[in-house]
Design a protein around this ligand. Structure first.
Ligand SMILES: [Zn+2]
Length: 147
């Protein structure tokens, strides 16, 4: 797809990458739904989860096993949402496969619907502040030193 795809252009999110392999970028969300909202973006231009190769599928799960506990620890979360939307009807706005990871906090009841609404695009857009450069750097520093 090349230049017209937001996720094929690394420079669109390079300052928010906190982990990178040959196959994936791990990126802080530009407008996080909750602190630590992360996008896992496959490097190859494919649109759907089921287009992942065997190697990409394995690497995604392997990397998640490493990073989910780190995200929980970094953001003092006790749970998370994982989501991948495929096609416009499911709320996929950028047709390049990516997973959302949203850490959920101890003070949440689990009944809040805004995370669900934002992940699945079934509610009107709510104004959320963009992540500031200073915050990006602080969070990446935290994430890359957590063990
Ligand atoms: Zn792409």
């Amino acid at each position: 797809m090349g230049s017209s795809c937001d996720f094929c252009n690394r420079e669109n999110f390079s300052e928010r990458i906190f982990y990178e392999t040959d196959l994936f970028y791990w990126v802080l969300g530009r407008k996080p739904i909750r602190p630590g909202h992360t996008l896992v973006i496959v490097k190859r231009h494919i649109q759907a989860f089921d287009e992942l190769s065997g190697l990409e599928s394995s690497a995604l799960i392997f990397d998640m096993r490493q990073w989910l506990p780190k995200l929980l620890k970094t953001y003092s979360a006790t749970g998370y949402n994982l989501a991948a939307n495929y096609s416009l009807v499911a709320g996929q706005t950028i047709p390049h496969f990516h997973m959302h990871i949203v850490p959920r906090g101890q003070n949440e009841s689990g009944q809040e619907d805004s995370v669900r609404a934002r992940l699945y695009r079934d509610a009107p857009e709510v104004e959320r502040p963009r992540l500031e450069p200073k915050s990006i750097q602080e969070q990446i520093a935290k994430l890359t030193k957590v063990d």
